[in-house]
Ligand binder design. Structure first.
Ligand SMILES: [Zn+2]
Length: 682
């Protein structure tokens, strides 16, 4: 009896052997076997590929620098026919003879050179192939091999000159370096699970290794592939290997066992920073930065579960960056302190507040796979959805949902709806309205307390709130702070209409109430919850500079500093501008002159927490009306000039104290939001 198994089922069951109608048994899962010879110095590339495609009518792509020199199936020559091109990528087509299982392709050429002008974005877009003795990167999207199917297993053997090392994601099968230093380095890798692509990296690396034992799943081979000068930095290799181990243990515990037997930290000549299965490829200069091991490394390790473990169909929305940001970057902030976690939520909401209405996509249509300013809102909102989801269903159900999602979808493509299903099962209830509103709607709710009143009632006090939101209304559970005799008490309220009236009993007459002071709900923040930070001045479209002092030396230093701080040259204005127009103003001068100018304009005086400290002080003024004002106050012209280098780097701060060039202290003004007075309605 013969059974024909469709391509869809084959993807889901990669290990199954299908018996096709002709009676010939063949390995059903699409696979690729590659034998690659790469000479980074001359950029010569040659490969022999054995492809088991998903369909007999096989289409594949190759970069324009690579030409097929021989093609056969079961020993018989086959024709490779052009099938179009997109930019530097050519499409090809082969009709596999009936009964033939594998296509053999020989191809090669001279790869493009390393392009040092590319940033993280350029590399992530994956278009270039690049080779050089400093480092080579052949990304899957660059079409350096014939891809058998959207998901496929592979085995790659790569050979490079003996002063180079090379790798692809997967299990290391063998590795050899002929003695005498005159041969070639060869290494073989296998990726037996369905993979979405293969990236190949090579470089002048020293390989260091540590074996990490595991209770289940056997040991994990941890490696660094660093250039000699990086490898020589005391403690760096050990630091990376030990921290990698810590992250693998953490996420193995939280989500499910690490699905591979290796993890490598690989240095790139470009300022990249991204994760692939079994490795992360990070710029050599970036690897030296002290905070990378505390943040990016964990993020990239976690992508072995999200993105490279459970795959993303980008056409259906990118859930992976949000979940990874939530379980890595954000989780580290939570571990640091509640304040640090709040600051991260504020940063997401601030980015969102800065986007003009109608310019942010819904999460379901957010497809970007690029880290960058344009993507910041999408990632922030996506991560915040997980913060809110955990608040809604509770820590335990959230954990079960994460584990179940991994268990069910590892090495398959999953979408937001698969995530929703996993969390619904874990929580034991429908989350359709939760996911519906956060995924399908752009923007966010704008909620206000329109009225708060209270009345004594049988020894207690009944508090009644009128909560309004812009239509169409969101269904929200909102944290509410109630201030009673100077003490804050937290409750939560449920709203779902344009106008909701909510009542509750409290112990005594409250002075005031405040919505979501900890910023746990994605929404349009009002000005009282957005503390002014210097970035608002830096990126201003028509910034203004007001001089407080008349001394020529000081005025010149102020003009030079303003040129450095603002992206657009500022307009010189008089001190009257502090109360005129809407565009940001920066007031600069000597301490006494600044104090006089502030008093004259009726603005708040120098904050007491800054007065008397350092050689220069910088602060922003939070105000309800009038143009945004920031102040730079220095003890002399020299102290002002000292800020030329450092000040532009502190856009995220509300205030700073400098001693010369050094920032002694800095921070963001607290902004819990407006306290709404409660009317006594006795
Ligand atoms: Zn990421």
């Amino acid at each position: 009896m013969t059974v024909e198994v469709g391509a869809q089922a084959l993807l889901a069951l990669p290990a199954v052997l299908a018996v096709i109608a002709s009676g010939v048994v063949r390995a059903a899962a699409p696979s690729l076997e590659l034998d690659v010879e790469l000479d980074p110095g001359t950029r010569r590339f040659h490969a022999v590929a054995l492809v088991a495609p998903a369909a007999r009518d096989f289409r594949f792509e190759l970069h324009q620098s690579l030409q097929v020199t021989a093609a056969s199936a079961d020993g018989k020559t086959v024709r490779v026919v052009p099938a179009g091109r997109e930019g530097p990528i050519f499409a090809w087509q082969v009709q596999m003879p009936a009964g033939a299982a594998r296509l053999r392709l020989e191809y090669g050429g001279m790869l493009p050179a390393l392009d040092r002008s590319l940033d993280d974005r350029g590399v992530l877009q994956g278009l270039p192939l690049m080779a050089s003795s400093e480092g080579s990167f052949l990304s899957a999207a660059g079409a350096w091999y014939p891809q058998p199917a959207p998901l496929f297993s592979y085995r790659v053997t790569v050979s490079v000159p003996d002063d180079q090392r090379a790798l692809v994601p997967g299990r290391l099968q063998s590795e050899s370096l002929p003695p005498g230093g005159s041969g070639r380095y060869r290494a073989s890798f296998e990726f037996a699970r369905p993979a979405a692509g293969v990236d190949l990296m090579a470089g002048p690396w020293v390989i260091r290794e540590k074996i990490m034992p595991r209770r289940n799943g056997g040991p994990v081979r941890l490696r660094t592939y660093f250039p000699r000068e990086l490898d020589a930095i005391a403690g760096l290799v050990d630091g990376y290997l030990d921290d990698t181990r810590r992250y693998l243990e953490l996420y193995g515990e939280e989500i499910g066992a690490y699905p591979h037997t290796e993890f490598s930290v690989v240095a790139s000549p470009l300022p990249t920073g991204f994760g692939m299965a079994t490795l992360t490829y990070i710029g050599a200069e970036v690897l030296k930065l002290p905070f990378i091991r505390a943040t990016s490394l964990g993020h990239e390790v976690l992508h072995n579960w999200w993105g490279n473990g459970v795959y993303v169909d980008y056409s259906r929305g990118n859930w992976s960056e949000g979940l990874t940001t939530f379980m890595a970057d954000y989780a580290y902030k939570e571990r640091e302190s509640g304040e640090a976690a709040r600051a991260m939520r504020l940063a997401w909401l601030r980015d969102f507040a800065a986007v003009p209405a109608g310019h942010d996509p819904s999460l379901a249509s957010f497809r970007s796979r690029i880290h960058g300013a344009a993507a910041a809102v999408g990632y922030g909102k996506s991560a915040m959805v997980f913060v809110m989801l955990r608040d809604v269903i509770g820590e335990e159900a959230f954990r079960r949902g994460v584990r179940a999602f991994w268990e069910e979808h590892r090495f398959r493509t999953a979408s937001w709806s698969d995530l929703q299903a996993a969390f619904e099962k874990a929580a034991g209830r429908s989350l359709a309205s939760f996911f519906g509103q956060w995924l399908n709607r752009a923007g966010g709710p704008a909620v206000t307390i329109a009225h708060a009143g209270a009345k004594a009632e049988a020894g207690k006090v009944r508090l009644t709130l009128t909560v309004e939101q812009v239509a169409p209304a969101y269904t929200l559970r909102l944290p509410l702070e109630i201030v009673i005799s100077g003490r804050a008490e937290m409750r939560s309220i449920d709203v779902g209409r344009q106008r909701d009236v909510v009542t509750m009993l409290v112990d005594a007459m409250p002075e005031g109430v405040r919505l979501d002071p900890e910023l746990r709900v994605w929404r349009v923040l009002d000005r009282a919850q957005l503390p002014p930070i210097l970035r608002q001045w830096v990126i201003a479209q028509a910034p203004r500079l007001a001089q407080a002092s008349g001394v020529e030396d000081v005025r010149e230093a102020a003009v030079a500093l303003a040129k450095r701080v603002f992206e657009i040259p500022p307009q010189p204005v008089s001190q009257d501008a502090l109360n005129m127009g809407t565009e940001p103003v920066m007031l600069m001068g000597l301490h006494a002159d600044v104090d006089a100018a502030l008093a004259h304009a009726g603005l708040p005086p120098r904050p007491a927490s800054l007065a008397g400290h350092g050689s220069a002080q910088v602060w922003t003024i939070a105000r309800e009306a009038g143009p945004p004002v920031a102040v730079v106050s220095a003890k002399d012209a020299e102290a002002l000039r000292a800020l030329l280098g450092p000040l532009p780097h502190y856009g995220a701060q509300s205030w700073l104290v400098f001693d010369g060039r050094r920032a002694l202290d800095r921070g963001v003004w607290p902004a819990p939001g407006r306290l709404i007075a409660v009317q006594n309605e006795r």
